[in-house]
Design a binder for this molecule. Structure first.
Ligand SMILES: Nc1ncnc2c1ncn2[C@@H]1O[C@H](COP(=O)(O)OP(=O)(O)OP(=O)(O)O)[C@@H](O)[C@H]1O
Ligand SMILES: [Mg+2]
Length: 210
């Protein structure tokens, strides 16, 4: 991946005849952190599933570095775009299986940031070795970190801070901000206090009919 720019071009998605969104245009890039906000059901998770080719779009296109995602192999796409899904699922109950970070990654900044987070996690989980023995927030933290361990070009965090305390969230976000020029980072959140003035925000909110 080159600059890791993601462009939504006149994107429309329907699920079972329900229009989720229509003619959406937006660009995510590496100059800032990127956020997607909007109320429950506004289509945030649907949008990232489309980006990963888990669901199809009806109209319009998604470009990654100028290439239509339909012209890229799905394996390549999913290797480059790491999504931390809303419902964390662990394939192994061993914490160590999820903390496999290859220190050979060439980017210095990335290694530094990963070591910082790793240190924080180690001190936070102590000698617990099983996922099922962790609190919900700490599980979420391991899941988030394991998405970063994949050395992605694009990292998408879908409500990845919802159970994580404020202090830890601030620490992780500050560290992610150090990586924003290396990884395209897209954060889906209901907590708008995480967003800075110069961040890039896509708001999927629409009026709720009552
Ligand atoms: N498989 C599906 N089939 C039909 N409709 C679906 C399907 N998955 C989601 N939807 C609908 O699509 C809309 C958008 O859902 P989505 O999960 O993208 O919302 P969201 O913005 O991520 O919400 P939340 O903040 O609750 O996570 C909702 O109305 C939902 O009911
Ligand atoms: Mg969602």
């Amino acid at each position: 991946m080159n600059h890791g720019e993601i462009e939504l071009n006149n994107l429309s998605i329907r699920l079972k005849d329900k229009i989720i969104f229509k003619n959406l245009n937006h660009i995510f890039n590496r100059t800032t952190l990127n956020f997607i906000v909007g109320e429950n059901g506004s289509g945030k998770s649907t949008l990232i599933k489309a980006l990963n080719r888990i669901i199809k779009v009806d109209n319009g296109s998604i470009f990654v570095d100028g290439k239509d995602i339909n012209d890229i192999s799905v394996e390549w796409l999913r290797e480059k775009v790491s999504i931390n899904f809303q419902q964390n699922q662990f394939i192994s109950n061993l914490i160590k299986d999820h903390l496999k970070f290859n220190t050979d990654f060439d980017s210095k900044n990335y290694s530094k940031a990963m070591s910082k987070i790793r240190k924080y996690i180690n001190s936070s989980i102590g000698d617990v070795s099983l996922i099922t023995e962790l609190s919900g927030g700490k599980r979420q933290l391991i899941s988030l970190y394991s998405s970063l361990c994949l050395n992605p070009d694009v990292l998408i965090l879908d409500e990845s801070f919802s159970n994580i305390d404020k202090q830890t969230t601030n620490f992780i976000l500050k560290t992610l901000r150090e990586l924003k020029s290396e990884i395209t980072i897209i954060i889906i959140t209901h907590d708008t206090s995480l967003i800075n003035e110069d961040d890039n925000v896509l708001n999927l909110s629409k009026k709720i009919e009552v």
